[in-house]
Design a protein around this ligand. Structure first.
Ligand code: FAD
Length: 416
């Protein structure tokens, strides 16, 4: 969370972070996590990764890079500082932000407040009927560290997004008996194929050799209007289905349900429209296809019993451990929590641009809802997304705030 102070414009811009060190949000994630996107897509603004950086960054390396970045860029980072509430005064046009810093209450009065609390809301915990009778361990993926202590245990992982796949592999590598519970179909694309057909033209070693740097690639990618993105993406996914026909046949045979989105336009379309996930396959899908990781697909959970789960179609999955890979809520939860439910309602949902597909809050705006632009609440900004979107749009947020501070008119597009 970034607070721009009131009064004279100074370099004093506290970056409030409830964890002690920059990068802890990565360090705190499960041990086996590596970025699923290649390095050319992940660079930070102004300070790209060194040339010998791995293609897929391990999560602690990412955390350490962020810590070094904060230091080199001289960010005024306030660690162990949690924002607990924020209110805007329309007369003085300032915020009152209450923060707890190292256990001490402090109040800030910035003129602009940026929520950079991630692309989602809180961890989504589902209260399944009968959960209180379960004799084993049950937790959300956000609390998962490693599979070390689950050797020989029957582990059921509820969900089929990225974290579900990664955690299934980690548990399997630790010697657990793993079942993924997949309620509905998921987007899965092999990493190698995506690198070649999806990222290749813009974000790859070959692209850099052709002079398409990450900065140029960002401009090219952003030049495609949302209305046209599905038409650009669909042929790529047709090709992926063709090239990897055997891979998808094996997944289907194993009982795993996959798709490329309601209109076949793939994973970035899905993320933009619904802020929901997919899996870029770095190994889990083969284990599913080979039956090493079992999959129980096509039904939700009816109830939990002392030693397992019962699916809506009556199937029984024995389990000593249940992992809820049920994702995260929406960003408006953060607004309701820190500011007020009224302001959250006034602003509305985040992500989506009115594509008409299920899960996109609509209506058609031609731009993403509420991201990196003025919202229905004055002096409030939202920044989030993957590393690539964050890299590209952070400058837009900063410039819009700066322009307002300098009194420069900044008319913005809005639906007629
Ligand atoms: C398991 C997993 C895998 C991912 N893999 C990738 C990937 O491969 N590539 C990719 O680009 N993205 C990936 N992402 C998305 C990833 O979250 C973002 O790319 C990146 O972390 C975004 O950085 P951020 O700073 O916007 O959000 P975050 O890293 O989520 O940081 C938000 C910060 O806000 C802090 N915060 C929240 N509330 C408060 C408060 N009230 N007061 C103070 N501080 C607060 C949190 O402690 C947190 O550190 C992944 C996410 C997850 C969960």
């Amino acid at each position: 969370m970034i607070c721009r102070p009131s009064g004279a414009i100074t370099n004093f811009q506290p970056y409030l972070e409830k964890n002690p060190r920059p990068g802890d949000s990565w360090r705190n994630r499960y041990k086996s996590l590596c970025l699923h996107d290649p390095v050319w897509y992940d660079h930070m603004p102004y300070l790209p990764f060194p040339e010998d950086w791995p293609v897929f960054t391990p999560k602690d390396k990412m955390g350490d890079w962020l810590e070094a970045y904060a230091s080199i860029m001289e960010l005024n980072f306030w660690g162990a500082t949690e924002a607990t509430s924020a209110a805007f005064d329309p007369d003085s046009k300032t915020w009152t932000v209450h923060v707890t810093r190292d256990g001490k209450e402090t109040v800030l009065h910035p003129r602009a407040l940026v929520f950079a609390t991630g692309a989602y809301g809180f961890a989504r915990w589902v209260e399944f009927p009968g959960a209180d009778t379960f004799k084993g361990e049950m937790f959300h993926t956000s609390a998962y560290q490693s599979g070390d202590q689950y050797r020989g245990k029957r582990c059921a992982v509820i969900g089929s997004g990225s974290s579900a796949h990664d955690i299934c592999v980690d548990l399997w590598e630790s010697g657990a008996e793993v079942t993924m519970i997949q309620r509905g179909s998921s987007i899965v694309v092999r990493s190698d194929t995506l690198m070649e057909l999806g990222f290749g033209d813009l974000y790859s070693e070959a692209a850099v050799a052709r002079g398409v740097t990450t900065d140029k690639a960002d401009l090219i990618a952003a030049s495609v209007p949302f209305r046209l993105i599905p038409d650009v993406q669909r042929p790529i996914y047709d090709q992926i289905a063709d090239v990897d026909a055997d891979f998808y046949r094996r997944l289907t045979d194993a009982g795993f349900q996959w798709d490329f989105g309601p209109d076949g336009s793939g994973l970035m379309s899905k993320a933009m429209r619904t802020a929901s996930g997919y899996y870029i396959d770095v190994g889990a899908s083969d284990l599913i296809a080979n039956g090493e990781i079992r999959v129980a697909s096509g039904a939700g959970i009816d109830r939990i019993e002392p030693d397992g789960l019962i699916l809506e179609d009556g199937r029984r999955i024995g389990a000593d451990v249940i992992v809820q890979a049920t994702g995260y809520g929406f960003m408006d939860e953060m607004v309701a929590h820190l500011i007020s439910p009224d302001v959250a309602e006034k602003i509305g949902r985040f992500w989506g641009y009115g594509s008409g597909v299920p899960g996109d809050p609509g209506p058609w705006e031609g731009e993403l809802r509420n991201m990196w632009k003025p919202v229905a609440q004055e002096a409030l900004w939202f920044h989030g997304g993957n590393l690539a979107l964050s890299r590209f749009h952070s400058a837009h947020v900063a410039l819009q705030i700066k322009a307002r501070m300098e009194g420069i008119a900044t008319p913005v597009y809005c639906a007629p």
